[in-house]
Design a protein around this ligand. Structure first.
Ligand code: HEM
Length: 547
């Protein structure tokens, strides 16, 4: 055939190099044997493991070069971070993401690249831009999908800030306003639970605890006197206070009733970190191997808590200050029965470990010989003003702030997407869709001008006027801005009431069976708890001398 003056063979005779033998296999044609062998060798070579490995390396190199050329290249960090997120994920699986990122901050400064598409910040400018930019579009990442409840998104798990979140927050926020938390009916619920806490701590009723604790060897405890504090009681207190705020008069009384304590334990002893990480990073694999996986990595399941919330939500006479009454008022308005249960379960869970562990770490710290001086100062202030409102005691507030600074209940990164078009954060241009975050643990420690000797517990730093504005800007325990902790005023009120009740009557010192290692912060999917999951303190009535 002739085309444009050139002679071409008929189409049937044209050969594509390397596949002629394939064609002949399929067509049954004989073809030239030598040519066939040569083509076969070419294909075999192409499919050989060495070629495939080289191809894979070439793809990885191309990908690495692409990432290396990204605007994030300007951000310092370990070289591996610009190529792969595997190191970061490895630390996540070891429940050590926060510690790893903090080490990187110490080495590289307040801006550090932690993965090809992820940057961590720890400066006030970054906190303001990412979390405080008033609805300008730093949405939550899919990490929060792990916390959906009954398949629904709650205020905490909505990703889109401007639209979905703002709508839900408008409905709920006033129930958590300080004025509502400080209503007499609400305060009297918290006060009575603070009394029950002090009572429980000295009652010596450890039988229930001993029967179930996996974490302490029974003989260790038999010699202990009855003046013990254990972390569980603080979690019970937080549980009873938050359910009071959600459901009063149908709140829990886990400090007095073991059935209610079972509900609290189910929520608190959550060991689902690994299961949730597999779900987050490999959702399809998670679905396929779910049954086998649960044998080695427990999923999050809370049947008792679900039942408790469902039964509380079915009541119709919740007090006006409660969240339930507001949700029921607005039922039908974007919110159905499942949303109500999901929102309540979510707030209940959000209010237990956070406040419980914050109190636990704080009381552990002020019981140490190095901090007993601060415990004395606290006791003096409380005893001098027995009838003053708890929120008017400056040293009490300083102690709580310092506790939350050193041991933030949520110490880890709160991941957000940079809006489309990119943003300038702390002097760096960060492209849209990059994951950015700040973690309280580092924000509270990195700037040594604001927090000299940052690892030391020193409440007096909060009483100094000089530098107060910067310290406050860097206080990130409750996050900040539109998606900051809605339960902040409730949590602070609970902490004030508990500490006032306890330190007006007792001095606390660590029990000799405790070691520092048991109180190392162990990171869970979102919050953090003492590694030993127990905190034993001796409660010495104030008229006795500590030994
Ligand atoms: C010391 C105690 C507490 C600490 C340190 C704390 C800390 C935080 C932090 C850091 C966030 C932001 C999380 C994120 O962006 O991923 C948050 C959000 C939230 N917290 Fe708390 N929290 C505490 C107590 C409570 C309590 C008692 C409640 C009670 C109801 C609560 C309910 C919530 C809710 C609903 C959100 C989601 C807010 C939103 O997205 O608009 N928290 N909390």
């Amino acid at each position: 055939m002739t085309v444009n003056g050139h002679e071409y063979p008929p189409a049937a005779k044209m050969q594509i190099p390397g596949v002629s033998w394939l064609a002949s296999w399929f067509t049954g044609g004989s073809g030239n044997t030598n040519k066939k062998d040569a083509d076969r060798h070419i294909v075999m070579a192409l499919l050989s493991p060495i070629t495939l490995i080289l191809l894979l390396l070439a793809i990885l190199l191309a990908e690495a070069t692409r990432k290396h050329r990204s605007p994030l290249q300007a951000v310092t960090g370990p070289p591996i971070s610009s190529i792969t997120s595997l190191v970061l994920k490895w630390h996540e699986f070891r429940a050590d993401r926060t510690g790893y990122i903090h080490q990187l901050h110490q080495r590289y400064g307040p801006v550090v690249r932690i993965a090809p598409n992820e940057v961590a910040f720890a400066s006030p400018a970054a906190v303001k831009e990412i979390y405080g930019s008033g609805g300008s579009g730093y949405d939550k990442t899919e990490f929060y999908d792990l916390f959906t409840v009954f398949g629904r998104r709650t205020m905490f798990t909505t990703l889109n800030k401007q639209d979905q979140h703002a709508r839900r927050k408008r409905i709920l926020a006033d129930r958590y306003a300080n004025a509502n938390v400080l209503r007499p009916e609400s305060v009297s619920g918290i006060t009575s639970r603070a009394r029950a806490l002090a009572q429980r701590l000295v009652s010596g009723d450890l039988s229930y605890f001993l029967a179930r604790s996996k974490h302490v060897v029974r003989p260790l405890l038999t010699h202990l006197d009855r003046c013990l504090l254990y972390a569980l009681a603080l979690h019970s207190y937080a549980f009873d206070c938050v359910t009071n705020h959600l459901f009063h008069p149908h709140g829990s009384h886990s400090l007095e009733r073991s059935l209610d304590e079972d509900v609290m334990r189910e929520v608190t002893f959550d060991d689902s970190l690994h299961n949730r990480l597999v779900q987050y990073y490999c959702p399809t694999f998670h679905r396929l191997v779910n049954k086998a996986l649960r044998l080695i990595a427990k999923p999050r399941e809370t049947p008792l808590a679900d039942k408790f919330v469902a039964s509380s939500c079915s009541t119709t006479n919740a007090s006006r200050f409660t969240l339930l009454s507001r949700l029921q008022d607005r039922s039908g308005d974007d919110i159905d029965g499942v949303d109500i249960k999901a929102e309540c379960l979510d707030h209940m869970a959000a209010g237990i470990d956070t406040t419980g562990d914050a109190l636990c770490f704080l009381m552990w710290e002020i019981s140490q010989p190095r901090s007993l001086r601060f415990q004395r100062m606290l006791q003096d202030e409380i005893r001098k003003s027995p009838s003053a409102p708890a929120e008017s005691l400056p040293f009490l507030d300083a102690v709580i702030h310092e506790g939350l600074r050193c041991f933030p209940a949520i110490p880890m990164s709160l991941p957000r997407y940079v809006p489309q078009g990119g943003r300038s954060i702390d002097g760096y241009f960060i492209p849209g869709s990059t994951i950015v975050s700040c973690q309280a643990y580092s924000v509270h420690r990195l700037d040594e001008a604001a927090f000299p000797m940052p690892d030391e517990f020193n409440p007096e730093r909060w009483l100094e006027e000089r530098g107060a504005a910067k310290r406050n800007r860097l206080f990130f325990a409750f996050s900040s801005g539109g998606r900051g902790c809605v339960g902040k005023h409730l949590a602070l009120t609970e902490m004030r009431m508990a500490l006032r009740e306890i330190y007006s009557q007792f001095t606390t010192v660590p029990d000799p069976t405790m070691t520092e290692d048991m109180m190392v912060m162990a990171h869970q999917p979102i919050s953090s708890r003492p590694k030993g999951q127990i905190c034993l303190l001796r409660m010495i009535p104030s008229n006795e001398k500590s030994s």
